[in-house]
Design a protein around this ligand. Structure first.
Ligand SMILES: [Mg+2]
Length: 207
């Protein structure tokens, strides 16, 4: 039986790609990647370290500096304003929250900024709890410590870590390719279902 639905935030409910591409351009000024070029590479699961080494010959220490600046800046409030709420998110959450307990589970660093972003989008009230790892541990740990979950529950996310989180908990795993990985890459993690996005998932489900 389904009682709880866990949602990842970035790439699942909102689109953070403009924020992430523009920060990359800012921190690696030698890059001339367009938005599409950058995401075509990233969606193949090529991480920043690989991009900085392979395309721009960054030495170890420059990569280190890039990473530190990235973490410092990536959740700055003015940057978060660049994010876009997917068109279907509000309706899907509104419908599902009538029948199930919804949880937001994100690896963001700053809890207060997650709350204000959700308030800005008017979607905060749909969630029973908002779980933020603050980069201090895995999502699975946070769920284990905060929620009574059941094998029929589902986790919806856009990364391999999200799929592994669900598997770790022994719940159903739904991968969406509206975010940071392609359909082909997500397949490698063997989720129970791969769909284009949360909107398509909801339309085709019996929930
Ligand atoms: Mg995500």
């Amino acid at each position: 039986m389904l009682k709880n639905i866990f949602f990842d935030l970035d790439g699942t409910l909102i689109d953070p790609r403009i924020r992430l591409h523009s920060l990359f351009q800012e921190l690696a000024p030698e890059s001339e990647f367009s938005f599409d070029e950058y995401w075509k590479i990233k969606r193949q699961r090529i991480n920043q370290k690989k991009i900085l080494t392979k395309w721009f010959n960054y030495p170890e220490e420059k990569i280190h500096k890039f990473k530190r600046a990235w973490m410092e800046k990536v959740e700055e409030p003015h940057r978060l304003k660049q994010d876009i709420l997917f068109g279907y998110t509000e309706n899907v959450l509104a419908s599902l929250s009538k029948k199930y307990d919804l949880y937001l589970v994100t690896a963001r660093q700053f809890e207060d900024r997650v709350h204000s972003q959700l308030e800005d989008y008017n979607i905060k009230s749909f969630f029973k709890k908002i779980l933020v790892t603050k980069q201090k541990g895995p999502k699975s740990e946070l769920i284990k410590n905060n929620v009574s979950y059941y094998p029929g529950d589902i986790f919806i996310g856009d990364t391999g870590e999200d799929v592994m989180t669900a598997k770790e908990l022994g719940i159903k795993t739904i991968a969406v390719y509206s975010g940071c990985l392609s359909k082909e890459i997500l397949k490698e993690y063997n989720p129970d279902l791969i769909v284009k996005d949360v909107g398509v998932f909801y339309e085709n489900s019996s929930l």
